[in-house]
Design a protein around this ligand. Structure first.
Ligand SMILES: Nc1ncnc2c1ncn2[C@@H]1O[C@H](COP(=O)(O)OP(=O)(O)OP(=O)(O)O)[C@@H](O)[C@H]1O
Ligand SMILES: [Mg+2]
Length: 226
């Protein structure tokens, strides 16, 4: 289980996370909050992309400060701009590169690439450069490439922000079906209905922690008062 204990972080002496303590145990956790409230910074602490100035983030006995590589293998991360994650000459290679770390051998790797491309409707694009895919397809490719590495936990930072409604729904359908734990940072409030738990971030603090409908109410009131 991911655990945050007294996590604080500043950029250039400006506090962005302020003493956050959390146990992230539920299967589906949403995180919402205003622009600049600290969500992406919080998301990045979960797999060691950001190591907090104070406090610690652990996964079981592993600490992001000391075992970043180990944690990154277990906590997959999906960015809102999937183009960041598409680096190889072809779609198939983008999925394959994630698989390499698992050292499965050539045949098993090829079999898994095929399975993932088929599952995410990308098999017709396997030899195309990833950057020619549509926004939604790029996001699905980024998801497929991260899931290829078989993380235990998937952290998604606004994975649908650049997508139209159809592709947003497609990405959410994929996230829905995953066995993995998902921690989803999003502005798509109505897609959190079925989540187990939703956190509201404001000015670097968790100001609400509870059921989706109550969290959304809290967030809306918070914004109404500004
Ligand atoms: N690498 C960085 N260097 C300096 N300041 C940063 C950096 N990353 C984020 N910040 C600042 O930290 C604050 C929180 O940013 P963060 O990206 O965590 O917010 P957010 O809640 O994800 O916002 P959004 O909803 O717009 O994505 C912002 O004021 C931002 O300018
Ligand atoms: Mg953000």
């Amino acid at each position: 289980m991911l655990r945050l204990e007294g996590v604080s972080h500043s950029y250039d002496a400006r506090p962005v996370l302020r003493g956050i303590t959390l146990d992230l145990a539920e299967h589906r956790i949403g995180v919402i909050g205003a622009n600049g409230s600290g969500k992406s910074t919080l998301a990045r602490t979960l797999n060691g992309l950001v190591v907090p100035d104070e406090g610690r983030v652990t996964l079981g006995e592993w600490d992001t400060r000391r075992h970043a590589r180990h944690i990154r293998r277990r906590v997959g991360f999906v960015f809102s701009d999937a183009a960041n994650q598409i680096i190889m000459p072809t779609v198939a290679e983008d999925v394959e590169i994630g698989l390499r770390a698992l050292r499965l051998g050539r045949e098993e790797t090829a079999r898994r690439v095929d399975t993932l491309l088929e599952r995410y409707g990308l098999d017709g694009h396997r030899d195309h450069p990833g950057h020619l895919l549509s926004g939604g397809q790029k996001q699905l490719l980024a998801l497929a490439a991260v899931l290829a590495t078989e993380p235990e936990i998937l952290v998604c930072d606004e994975p649908t922000t650049l997508l139209d409604l159809r592709n947003t729904r497609m990405v959410h359908r994929v996230l829905d079906t995953l066995e993995q734990q998902v921690v989803l940072f999003t502005h798509d409030l109505d897609l959190l209905d079925a989540f187990d738990r939703v956190l509201v971030v404001d000015d670097g603090r968790i100001v609400f922690d509870g059921l989706p409908a109550d969290a959304v109410d809290h967030y809306v009131k918070l914004m109404d008062d500004r």
